[in-house]
Every structure is written in C-alpha cells, then in structure tokens.
Design a protein around this ligand. Structure first.
Ligand code: NAP
Length: 366
C-alpha cells in the first residue's frame, strides 16, 4: 500500500508544477546581436503587476517577421519604452487585466495582439486597445500569424495607398507574409493585384490567392511585362518592400499620378540617380510608412477599422492566412534562418503553448 500513497503524493507535486500553482517564471527568446544562432530560450520572472490599461496574455503562438531578423542583428531597436524581447504579434488568451481596463476584454478571451515587441515569450503585456478578437474558425496557433502582416497590408492599401475599386496594384514579394495578405485585400477592394516574386512556385501561390499576373524579377526587367499587362498605362499603386534594386523598374511601371508606397528596403536603401525628375514628370506620390513606430491612437484606429471591415471575412472563410510552417518555440533560431534564406511562402509561426480544450472552454465557464 505504501507505493500507491507515494505515487499519489508525487502526482500531486507534479500537477502543482504543471500549473495548479501560481507561475512565477516564464520562457522567452533571448538574443545578443548577431546571427540566428544568438537566439536561445531563457526564463525570467513573470511580472507580478500589469500596467494601467494593459492586459497580460498567455501566448499560444507568435510569428517571425523580417523586422525581428533586423532587430536580432542589432539594426532595428524597439521604440522607447517597449519590450526588448523580439516579436511583433501574438495570439493567446487573456490571463490578467491591469487597473482601469474597460470591460471589453475578460480573462479567458481568445485574442490577437499587435505588439511593438515582446511576442517571443510565454506571456506578453499589451495595451487593451491593441488587441483583436480571434475569428471563431481559427485556432490560436494560426491566429498568431495574423496581426502584423494583415494590419500592415491593410494600412498600406487603405490608410496610405488609398486604393480604389478598379485600381491596379503592383505588389512586390507577392509570396511574403505581407504580400499574401495584400493580394487578397486588393481583390476584396475590387482592385487588381499584379505581383513580383523570385520563383515560379511563389508566383503560382500568388495566382492561387487572386493575383492577376505574376512576374519573376530574377528573369529580368519586370517593368516591360507590367506595361504590357496594363496596356502601356502602368499601375496605380506599388507596394514596395524592396527599395533601391527595384527603383528604376518601379518608375517605369507606375502610371502618371501613381502612388508608390515604400515600406521595406530588402533590396537596399541607397541609389545614385536622378530619381526626382522621373517622379516629377509622372507626378508620382512617394509615400513611406512604418507601422511599429506609429502612435497607439493610429494603431487603435487601424485595428478598429480592420476589425469591422476584415475580420468578418476571415469568419466567413473568404480570406485565408498563408502558413509556410509551424515550428515549436525552441526552434526560434531555425525559424530565423529559414526566413533569411528567402524560402518561406507566407508565415513562419512559432507555437509557444499547446492549445488544449480547457483553454478554449475557459471563457464559457467564466
Ligand atoms: N513598414 C512596415 O510597417 C512593415 C511591416 C511589416 C513588414 N514590412 C516589410 O515587409 C517586407 C515583407 O515582410 P514579411 O515578413 O512578409 O517577409 P517574408 O515573408 O520573409 O518574405 C520576404 C520575401 O521577399 C523576397 N525578397 C527578399 N529579398 C529580396 C530582394 N532583395 N529583392 C526582391 N525580393 C526580395 C523573398 O521572396 P522571393 O523569393 O520572391 O525573392 C522573401 O522570401 C519586409 O521588407 C518587411 O520589412 C514592413
């Protein structure tokens, strides 16, 4: 009889360790500036208090973004006052509400968060205005890949590029996280997406998502094909995350009075050319934008508009998140390596906690 008693005591200790006890430590991705190998999982103390109007979420998933790879290299520090931990997006459940929160969120709610940092962790803190509901048909692993790239694509097209029905939009890196979202949002707006990408497989993915035509920029000057596809008129809007290496082809591809939305510099930031006279001749608006450094008020407006206009389309299955792969949290270095090899199509998601039934039903029980 002694063995079963001992066994019961050990099981009790085990269940306390597994979560019945109050957690005091949480895991996060630590790095020092350098290559992907500089990323490792460490533990630190969970904050005991949550800031005014902030919410602590238990993170089930986060996703890798290009900005994370730049920050890891030491080139893109977080805005002042934001977490030093990497990670611009997360999905999970509300764990704790700070003082003076509205009654919009409650413990157990399934949420997605737009973060300026802190997503690569088992727990993250975020202002209540920067949370979104998870569409009921998505699980908490997939949902971690939505906030950063979908809100970016929505911002580029509608807050910055002012895309209208009938417009033609040229989307570079058409199979990237942002590109796969932008193609679908362009179609939804009654505009026509054209894309560039670096392989026929990526072009096919973009066509499957609704792109009208795709051009492999590695095959040579894409502007000729763009002009051919637009009967010589050019495109109304360019979503440009490439910069220097595409600048000349962009000028040739854009229509008179076009809007050129610059939001990344994967092809470099320096050019030595007479770009202004070309922009002037075509009366092009050059619009540069970043999301991370925007004010909370701006992000709140963006999130509210996205929640009203776009989340219902996810609920109805009309929009789809393109996932390259889902990796366990401790494979964070591998995830960065993969993104930097330019081989991913869509999002690389890091699964931080396993979604189990009790997490899904918690809200209903409250
Ligand atoms: N401004 C903002 O607020 C904001 C927010 C989010 C993201 N971004 C930017 O959006 C871009 C996409 O981010 P993501 O996370 O969606 O990226 P991602 O999924 O990693 O995709 C990036 C893809 O871009 C292509 N690419 C890389 N270098 C290139 C180059 N020199 N010339 C042409 N194509 C190149 C590669 O595909 P191919 O095989 O087709 O070459 C690569 O797979 C990044 O530049 C990122 O910094 C900006």
């Amino acid at each position: 009889m002694r063995v079963p008693v001992l066994f019961r005591v050990l099981s009790l200790v085990h269940s306390i360790n597994q979560g019945m006890a109050i957690r005091t430590m949480y895991r996060y991705a630590y790095f020092e500036p350098g290559g992907p190998e500089k990323l490792e999982i460490r533990s630190q103390e969970l904050p005991t208090t949550v800031k005014d109007k902030h919410v602590l979420i238990k993170v089930f998933s986060t996703a890798v973004n290009r900005a994370d790879t730049l920050q890891r290299k030491g080139f893109y520090p977080p805005p002042p006052g934001e977490s030093e931990i990497l990670g611009l997006e997360a999905a999970g459940v509300v764990d704790k509400l700070g003082p003076n929160c509205s009654d919009r969120w409650k413990k157990g709610d399934r949420v997605m968060a737009l973060l300026a940092g802190g997503g690569y962790a088992e727990y993250a803190t975020v202002h209540e205005d920067l949370l979104l509901n998870v569409p009921s048909n998505l699980n908490l692993t997939e949902a971690g890949g939505i906030p950063e790239v979908w809100l970016t694509a929505y911002q580029l097209l509608f807050f910055v590029g002012n895309v209208q029905p009938g417009d033609i939009v040229l989307i570079h890196a058409g199979a990237s996280g942002v590109g796969t979202a932008a193609i679908q949002l362009t179609r939804h707006a009654g505009a026509t997406p054209l894309i560039t990408a670096g392989s026929s497989a990526k072009i096919q993915t973009a066509l499957d998502l609704g792109a009208s035509k795709g051009f492999n920029y590695k095959d040579g000057d894409f502007s000729k094909a763009v002009l051919e596809a637009t009967n010589g008129r050019g495109v109304d809007v360019i979503l440009d995350c490439v910069g220097a290496s595409f600048y000349e082809q962009n000028i040739d591809s854009i229509a008179t009075d076009g809007r050129w939305v610059l939001y990344g510099l994967m092809g470099g930031g320096s050019i030595n050319a007479d770009i202004f006279s070309k922009l002037l001749r075509k009366r092009v608006s050059l619009l540069a934008t970043l999301l991370r450094s925007r004010s909370r008020e701006y992000k709140k407006k963006l999130i509210n508009s996205f929640t009203e206009q776009i989340l219902p389309l996810f609920e109805r299955g009309e929009l789809k998140l393109t996932i390259d792969r889902i990796l366990p949290f401790d494979k964070v270095a591998e995830a960065h390596k993969l993104m930097e090899s330019n081989t991913n199509t869509g999002k690389i998601i890091l699964k931080v906690h396993e979604e189990i039934q009790s997490n899904l039903t918690q809200h209903e029980e409250l």
